[in-house]
Ligand binder design. Structure first.
Ligand SMILES: Nc1ncnc2c1ncn2[C@@H]1O[C@H](COP(=O)(O)OP(=O)(O)OP(=O)(O)O)[C@@H](O)[C@H]1O
Ligand SMILES: [Mg+2]
Length: 237
């Protein structure tokens, strides 16, 4: 097995800490995700999938427990160090793509580089243009995000997530609001980049068909793993 890109021990998350409505929603998760693994995160609504993704993506702090990302323990890390770690290794794709509507597809894909470097470098632009071709958006590079279809916008979001070749892609229901055909295309794209670049993927999905096509399924029920972090299951041919 490859080394772990993500490793956690006893990870807990509570909301409303210190208030009368304090609720624990993740009750001590032990989990490892190997470099290059292509994994589905499944479970009923409210079971904690998005919460877990937000913790792994360093968007929210855990209440307790240990989380190691790309070999670095994140316990006690300050906001700036977390931002660097996130920017260097993690790409996000959300159900509602969070593109900047008034910017072009190209600008949206380049946004992480623009934010990080302050300017759009020629290299960042070349990478972004190449990715837009790869996700099937030739000819749409200069279209504004709000003039594109849902499926096209999700392709832009994937290109953006990949713009810095992350070692880990976190996707929260990336195909949730798309028709079956478009959902299959988007899923295939994630799989393609996973095989080609070795980016590990953790994909939240309610679609059993798509989950069955992942190398491994991790199931959350009421904030706990349903079965011990399951070994990889054989892939259908
Ligand atoms: N910011 C928050 N404040 C308080 N409670 C929250 C917050 N975010 C999530 N929760 C609660 O945590 C639990 C897990 O929510 P989460 O969004 O992780 O579920 P999920 O598995 O992603 O569900 P879905 O499949 O519907 O997206 C739910 O009970 C939810 O109400
Ligand atoms: Mg969710």
């Amino acid at each position: 097995m490859n080394p772990a890109i993500i490793s956690m021990r006893g990870l807990r998350k509570s909301y409303g800490v210190g208030t009368p409505v304090e609720t624990e929603v993740l009750h001590g998760i032990d989990l490892e995700l190997a470099e290059g693994e292509f994994c589905a995160l499944i479970g009923p609504s409210g079971s904690g999938k998005s919460t877990l993704l937000n913790l792994i993506g360093l968007l929210e702090p855990a209440t307790s427990g240990e989380l190691v990302v790309a070999g670095q323990s994140t316990t006690g890390m300050n906001e700036q160090a977390l931002t660097v770690l996130r920017g260097r290794h993690i790409g996000f794709v959300f159900q509602f793509h969070h593109l900047l509507p008034a910017f072009t597809a190209l600008e949206n894909v380049m946004m992480p580089s623009i934010i990080e470097q302050g300017v759009a470098t020629a290299e960042a632009e070349a990478i972004a243009l190449d990715l837009l071709l790869r996700v099937g958006l030739r000819g749409h590079e200069y279209k504004k995000a709000n003039q594109m279809s849902g499926g096209q916008q999700q392709r832009v979001a994937i290109a953006r997530a990949l713009s810095r070749s992350p070692r880990l892609i976190l996707a929260d229901e990336p195909t949730g609001n798309l028709d079956t055909h478009t959902a299959d295309d988007i899923f295939a794209l994630l799989r393609e980049f996973n095989r080609e670049r070795g980016s590990a993927c953790l994909i939240v999905t309610h679609d059993p068909r798509l989950a069955a096509r992942c190398d491994r399924r991790i199931e959350l029920v009421d904030g706990r793993l349903a079965s011990p972090a399951s070994p990889a299951m054989p892939q259908p041919a």
